[in-house]
Design a protein around this ligand. Structure first.
Ligand SMILES: Cc1cc2nc3c(=O)[nH]c(=O)nc-3n(C[C@H](O)[C@H](O)[C@H](O)COP(=O)(O)O)c2cc1C
Length: 192
């Protein structure tokens, strides 16, 4: 499974990067998984302003600044979106990046690892809808993380307390990753 761990915020001092590092560390320890961080900060794109919805535009001309992002997504089998909650939704930069997507996610699984004062749950609800409309197969397991500031260090290591909690984020991520792998293997076989 070629897995993209998409970092959904780009501001300086963002927390999402260390959460993505945690996801990357856990995913990379799994057999048969080749995970990489896909950081939106590395894909600066203009605000979407194409003349026709890209999915319905056979003559679409992709902005050269957008193509690397779409090519990166196309080459992946599965996706984990690390998202913060900005005003009860996802960040503008992530929504903008997703508005460019057409067929890249088709028949491929995706899930979400969120954080915020209620674990990023409201951002996750929005993102599930957006990903589904973007043709991804959104799996049922997500990870909602409370207490990011003290819960994960800069290397993506969980605090001892969280790591030991059987109902905490470590076990939620482990379940989400193994489910994602199951769907990825099944769907990749079906895609042929
Ligand atoms: C513009 C903005 C809006 C925010 N709105 C919410 C919110 O609605 N709910 C919430 O739980 N946290 C909210 N927060 C707090 C963020 O979840 C928190 O700052 C988090 O670390 C942001 O992720 P980042 O560090 O990767 O940017 C908001 C933060 C910003 C910058």
């Amino acid at each position: 499974m070629k897995l993209a761990v998409v970092v959904g915020t780009t501001r300086v001092n963002r927390q999402s990067l260390k959460q993505a590092q945690w996801v990357l560390n856990e995913a990379s320890a799994m057999e048969g998984v080749k995970a990489e961080i896909v950081d939106l900060a590395d894909y600066p794109m203009p605000f979407f302003n194409e003349p026709i919805s890209p999915r319905y535009n056979p003559n679409r001309e992709i902005d050269p600044a957008v193509k690397p992002w779409l090519d990166k997504l196309e080459g992946m089998d599965a996706y984990i979106f690390v998202t913060a909650e900005y005003n009860h939704s996802i960040s503008g930069v992530l929504k903008n990046a997703l508005d460019y997507v057409t067929s890249e996610f088709t028949h491929k699984p995706a899930t979400i690892v969120s954080h915020g004062s209620v674990g990023g749950a409201r951002a996750t609800m929005h993102l599930k809808e957006i990903l589904s409309e973007s043709r991804a197969v959104v799996i049922p397991q997500q990870v909602a993380f409370l207490g990011m500031h003290e819960g994960i260090d800069e290397d993506g290591k969980l605090s001892a307390e969280l790591a030991a909690n059987p109902y905490g984020p470590a076990s939620a991520l482990s379940t989400a990753l193994s489910e994602l792998k199951w769907y990825s293997d099944a769907l990749s076989k079906a895609r042929g």
